[in-house]
Design a binder for this molecule. Structure first.
Ligand SMILES: Cc1cc2nc3c(=O)[nH]c(=O)nc-3n(C[C@H](O)[C@H](O)[C@H](O)COP(=O)(O)O)c2cc1C
Length: 210
């Protein structure tokens, strides 16, 4: 089994709870081929006209500029990483109510008709990644699981809508650590309990392959 772990935080694990979730997951995963795709370490130019210009130039055989070459290579690398995976683990924080821009760029690279989804003859969306499974690991300092706050949460919700709803991956595990900033006196307990769930999720995945 090939596991791709998309790590989306470059803050140190001593400070960032979602980085600690990534570390805990890796420490407890055994018996699988695991690859980390660190979105902060990768050269990932922002998605936009550079990519469309690159595609047009490739069609006409024109030479690509530096940024066009970089974005084509980066997009291909992200798509190849996803293609090779049976299980994709996303470890990310909620920052400013949403995901870090680098993770958004990863999603932009792989969110492609004909690759992660397509439209059928009736214009209906068809998911193309239904053979893959996904694991969601996310931390957020406030509490967003209440009915009043849930619509404000655009990190885990967004990721689940994209990888589950559009790409069609089966979300087999979801570990959310939340509220540790809102209740500092309870923070240690909240974080430790959440990390134990992360460890269990990794062990469960390890067991699947044994
Ligand atoms: C740049 C930044 C923005 C943040 N924005 C929010 C926010 O909008 N709502 C919230 O509840 N917590 C917010 N937090 C707190 C994080 O959700 C919290 O630190 C959590 O553990 C996930 O981020 P981390 O893994 O980097 O620690 C923010 C933290 C940072 C560093």
């Amino acid at each position: 089994m090939n596991v791709l772990v998309v790590k989306a935080n470059n803050r140190p694990a001593s400070e960032a709870v979602s980085s600690k979730m990534y570390e805990t997951f890796m420490e407890n995963l055994t018996g699988v081929n695991v690859t980390t795709y660190d979105v902060f370490a990768e050269d990932m130019p922002y998605f936009g006209q550079d990519l469309f210009n690159a595609f047009a130039k490739m069609q006409s055989g024109e030479e690509l500029s530096d940024v066009e070459q970089r974005i084509v290579a980066a997009k291909q690398k992200a798509m190849d990483a996803l293609s090779a995976a049976d299980v994709v683990v996303f470890a990310f924080p909620l920052w400013n109510l949403t995901i870090p821009a680098k993770l958004q760029t990863f999603i932009d690279y792989v969110y492609a008709a004909g690759f992660t989804f397509k439209y059928d003859e009736n214009g209906q969306l068809v998911s193309l990644m239904t053979d893959k499974k996904a694991v969601i690991l996310s931390a957020r300092g406030g509490i967003y699981s209440t009915p009043e706050a849930a619509p404000m949460e655009m990190a885990a919700n967004y990721m689940k809508n994209v990888v589950g709803g559009v790409f069609g991956m089966e979300i087999i595990e979801e570990v959310i650590i939340e509220g540790h900033n809102a209740a500092p006196n309870k923070a240690d307990g909240i974080i430790n309990e959440g990390l134990a769930r992360v460890a269990e999720a990794a062990k469960k995945l390890s067991r699947v392959t044994v």
